[in-house]
Write a protein that binds this ligand. Structure first.
Ligand code: AMP
Ligand code: MG
Length: 488
């Protein structure tokens, strides 16, 4: 196995046209310390978790020292923010430290978020604050454990340096983000909008080879790549909708080319099902409300499609975009079938799901608690009562439950098997805003144990855990008052 000092770096991004990046080193943070590290991600990089020396890891994440083989760079990209094209974007507070190839031959990007100013920092200070870093660190692991594609995080480091956010000084931190792809829709938008069509082709060829080699076998590789991006994006947003995840800043620069949840900001898991919920106090028009996410993703794909016009025929692009709503609907139905314990496919399934979503909205239900409870449903009075306790008006569930029981009679799996299948996809624990907030408040007072505890809990969210049972219950009253913004 490798150690931090001898990771197998191979930095292919540097071979791309140099307009696509700026070579720049991190600006070290002062008096930094390790808050948490994630053994699962260490293993991806072939690092033996027990070999990690906290002091050494801290030096790498604070920017004091570079991993041997790292050649840091800030990526240039642009994108549509809240529907408006912004040509000035790029890594303004993070750096690609380099790419590590593990023994399986997988190429993983190491990106240090909060590493100081770059050519693309604009008015920003290049830093990430502790609050937002804890949120990103926990969310990426919580999403991964729900099998929702996401970037990962190796570790979280704090510091005595401070940065100003919304009139207050807050402690700085860094997260080492790990994923196979840091290329965003906005990378292509940058090259298209600046009419660098040759470079656009170079980038597309790079992505084909690195992320979509199977598309190279097709007649129209660029089109096949775009189809694959659309398919993965539809599958991703279907999972968000099925688990009540609100990304909150779905700008095209936050859209990963490989269909991962990317750039965690003021995200939320719904405590109660509200389709119009907006999780960013700066999003005054509600552009990124929960229920709008599928159509926003389609709109974002249209921006990517426009940027690929030099490589793909317009009619082909439009056909992919037109197919998106169907692809989304099918993926969404598939997610809900799993959550409902339905292994077979029947005509009425869509209506069963739609009726349930209507009920969720009318009763402002906690969908995740409902599905967990439904996993134990056996038709007994007790199991019906447990479900009904989750509604404001319990009797509103009666008709749906009858339809569900009727539908279950068409399934072949025995009840215990179905229960196990459902409990494997319906988590006991999800990362509610207030949980992250509790960890943030404790951390601000110098106590980081809850960050680690939540990481451990959320890595295994399907299992019961008596120590943290309270986190599987309704959130406390103050949870509704948490205000999130882009700087969150
Ligand atoms: P985000 O909202 O994190 O997706 O960031 C949008 C853009 O603003 C990206 O280009 C970031 O690099 C940049 N940005 C955000 N915060 C800062 C900061 N504190 N300093 C410099 N650039 C920033
Ligand atoms: Mg971003």
């Amino acid at each position: 196995m490798s150690r931090l000092q001898n990771l197998n770096f191979n930095n292919s991004y540097l071979g791309l046209p140099n307009h696509l990046y700026q070579r720049v080193h991190p600006t070290p943070l002062k008096n930094s310390f390790l808050i948490s590290f994630n053994p699962d991600v260490a293993e991806i990089l072939d690092i033996d978790p027990s070999s990690i020396n906290p002091t050494e890891l801290t030096r790498f994440l604070s920017g004091e020292q570079l991993f041997p083989g790292s050649e840091p760079l800030a990526m240039k990209y642009t994108g549509h923010q809240f529907g408006v094209y912004n040509p000035e974007l790029g890594d303004g507070r993070g750096l690609l430290l380099g790419e590590v190839i593990n023994p399986k031959g997988e190429r993983w990007d190491l990106h240090l978020k909060g590493s100081g100013k770059t050519a693309f920092s604009r008015f920003g200070d290049g830093r990430a604050v502790l609050r937002s870093s804890i949120r990103e660190y926990l969310a990426s692991e919580a999403m991964h454990a729900l099998r929702i594609p996401t970037t990962r995080a190796l570790a979280l480091v704090g510091s005595e340096d401070k940065a100003m956010r919304e009139g207050m000084m807050e402690p700085c931190a860094t997260v080492l983000r790990v994923t196979q792809c840091h290329i965003r829709f906005g990378h292509f938008e940058y090259l298209y909008q600046t009419q660098q069509h040759e470079e656009l082709k170079v980038l597309a060829d790079y992505c084909l080879e690195r992320f979509f080699p199977e598309c190279l076998e097709t007649e129209k590789p660029y089109l096949a790549m775009y189809q694959e991006v659309a398919k993965r994006s539809a599958a991703l947003v279907a999972k968000w909708q099925a688990y009540g995840f609100v990304h909150a800043v779905l700008n095209t620069d936050n859209m990963s080319l490989i269909g991962e949840t990317f750039d965690y900001g003021p995200y939320t898991f719904l405590d109660s099902y509200k389709p119009a919920l907006v999780s960013n106090a700066n999003d005054h028009e509600g552009r990124y409300a929960f229920a709008k996410q599928p159509s926003v993703v389609q709109w974002n794909l249209s921006c990517l499609g426009q940027a690929l016009l030099p490589l793909i025929e317009r009619d082909d692009l439009i056909a992919v975009l037109d197919e998106f709503p169907n692809a989304y609907k099918e993926a969404e139905l598939g997610e809900f079938r799993k959550r409902l314990g339905l292994q077979s496919i029947h005509d009425g399934d869509e209506k069963l799901v739609l009726d349930l979503l209507k009920l969720f909205a009318q009763q402002e239900m906690d969908m995740n608690r409902f599905f967990r409870c439904l996993s134990d449903f056996d038709g007994s009075e007790n199991s019906v009562a447990a479900l009904m306790a989750l509604l404001k008006l319990p009797s509103a569930l009666t008709n749906w439950l009858l339809a569900y029981e009727e539908r279950l009679s068409k399934e072949v799996a025995s009840r215990p098997i179905r229960r196990a299948q459902m409990r494997a996809v319906n988590p006991e624990f999800i990362l509610r805003n207030y949980m992250a907030e509790e960890a943030i408040r404790a951390a601000t007072d110098g106590d980081y144990t809850l960050v680690d505890n939540l990481l451990m809990l959320l890595r295994n969210p399907m299992a019961e855990n008596s120590e943290f049972e309270h986190y599987s219950q309704s959130p406390p009253g103050w949870a509704g008052g948490i205000c999130l913004t882009c700087s969150s």
